[in-house]
Design a protein around this ligand. Sequence first.
Ligand SMILES: *Cc1c(COP(=O)(O)O)cnc(C)c1O
Length: 811
Amino acid sequence: MYTIEIISTILEQKLLKNNNNANEINELVYDSRKIANPAESLFFALQAARDGHQFIPDAYQKGVRNFIVSEAVPFFTDKDDVNVIQVDDPLAAMQTIVAFHRAQFSFPIIGITGSNGKSIVKAWLFQLLSPDRKVYQSPKSYNSQLGVALSLWNLNAHYDLAIIEAGISEPGEMDRLEKMIKPTIGVLTNIGLAHAQHFDSKTQKLTEKLKLFTGVEALIANPAYIDDSLVPADADWMRWGRDATDDIQLVETVIHINSTTLHLRIGEEDKTCSVPFTDKASLENILTCISVLWYLGYGSDVIVERITGLKPLEMRLQLKKGINNTSIIDDSYSNDLASLRISLEFLQQQNQHENKTLILSEMEGLTENDKFQHKLVDLLNTNGINRLIWVGKQYAWLDRLAIANKLVFTDTEELLKALSDLRFAEESILIKGARVFQFERIVQRLTLRSHGTVMEINLNAISNNLMAYRSLLPNQVKLMAMVKAFSYGSGSFEVANLLQFSKVDYLTVAFADEGVELRAAGISLPIMVLSPDRETFRSLLKYNLEPEVYSMAFLNEFITFLKEENRRDFPIHLKLDTGMHRLGFFPSEISAAIDVINANPEVRVQSFFTHLVASGDPSQDDFTRMQIQQYEEAATQLAEGIGYTFIRHVANTSAIVRWPQAHLDMVRLGIGLYGVDMDHTMGNLEEVSRLKTTVTQIKELPAGETVGYDRKGVLKRDSKIATVKIGYADGYLRRFGNGIGKMQIGSQFVATIGNICMDMCMLDVTDVNVQVGDEVLVFPDLMQAAKDIGTIPYELLVNISSRVKRVYYYE
Ligand SMILES: *Cc1c(COP(=O)(O)O)cnc(C)c1O
């Protein structure tokens, strides 16, 4: 049990302020929005994209009294009820505490690193070892300096083995992770090129990664990735590969359409097993898992039996449309406290309905550990859940929950039978269950069917991209997120909810009705409307939407309307035309605009902005410089003329990166948020959307036949043709026809053949292993696809029709 006194001893730092409370500290928190149990929380003011010190008042207001800071905090001056420890680096302090905590346990800890496959190996090992061991795995992608610390903090005496994933992006990071994790068994997965940008060479990166294994007793690795000199001196090296000298040898593989037969030599024995994968990466990951099991002492028969039962993992939480206007959050693949916390956070963040139902399965560790129960109860009580549907044999603990509506089923079968009598409507439903409970069957019953084509949106990637751009901005610069055109095709309130939760300062839409939709979904952030028109003035006022004002005529018209409505001080955003020549006042008109604004208290200038026409193009830098200068002169003139300040903003995505002098008071982030790195300068953006369809039919046709309208697709050889359900009505433009468009099936690329139809198109799959029902990735490389038809990624994204279902997920 940790009290603040003990924490201060671990850190060898005196308490700056001490309120003498002996509360146990159970939660390490760093985000004031995510506090479940304030009395037992220790808040770390981390220096991240935002300075954590600014959230101290919020954390205090929520009831937190224990703080780790790195500077003097004036807020504490008149507070006698807080405990404060000041350190140089709060993150390092958290890691020191966690290292101490980890040292309390002597069970084996498997540390996994590598470029690819870490999460999958972790999840598979969890699946393979769970039948007879109590395994802790670090949640989802918690593999960073902060993520690993938070994961290790969850270790407790209930477990007898832990699997921790470690990822690095910069030199020097692995040392810190190693000191916390102190793995006993090291696992090196595939070494590829991920995260290479901060490293000089592949060797430097590998050497850095291997620091995780400094003190291990055994290392599991393929000799293709390392040699003897890199294995720690005291460690056993368990090798896997295709060589007869390897401990686990892959003798032969026979690849079928959906599975692979593996001929293995495990120790001295020859074994055969079949796995439901065909790709090389999965096979490597399986060999890694086999090696770990072998090292842990499992016999070859048990290994083969468990490997044969291995299932592909859907390792992420998905947001789907459900029956009766419900939102389904599907997290039916695992259940433990840490991952439950993540999905509850997501439920809060996607605040789609007032009513929230949680369908939850029994959890490993619930019975024996009172502290565990206590944490679970706190977590559930503080997340606004109206109804809990519990599937499990233990239910005495439910009495401690403050949730009024509780239903209990002893197993999934029983719940399925009762499902149609339970009413689900107009609510968010989080479905969270351990794999054995097969909650996917519940998900299936409650979600709406989608036709073959879907656009998957990775909400995590949006968060990540937002952070990546934020980290380029000084603290005081505000951020406006462009959500116009259905958030560049990726969805409206789902994305806006995330952005609101992430505390962006402004949202921007193209038309008033887009703003109305966001307000109806409960978005309270200020919203700017780029192209307001007279017909929508009433909506602007009613829904508090702030128009861009781009001409004298428009300014006068809007003022007249505000006078009729008796409104004053309505915020407007004045647009200056410095070269785009689309909308906006010329610099020469500013003086007249000032006169009108000064004479009419109905409007107040909230911001003044211009749009750069070529901020990403180095050959146009002189022009961009001229635009910025014209803007600055006009902004000075305006400020003097109206006598008050306003938000000044100029920079779009490319300018955030290329024109730091144009950050001014606020930036307008668009395409970069959605993961498209137009200038190839970011390196750390994540892909946000993937458009997927499925193969509907396959035909064998002889040479000379033609495919599709107007007989454009002439077969030059005997061919195999697949039909997929995406056409120009879905936004797959006709220009992609006749071989221009390339799609991906499994790891293979295939081209379109013939003209694109309205709802379908055909692919030449002659050389490819393919079956009806196979998944097809429509734009394997969005940037390239845009280039192939002479356009830009923006156009492809926003063209994807709204009839294509969006499925949101969160890793
Ligand atoms: C769309 C838009 C942006 C965002 O541009 P990106 O290149 O996508 O970052 C910024 N400002 C205005 C006025 C826009 O219309």
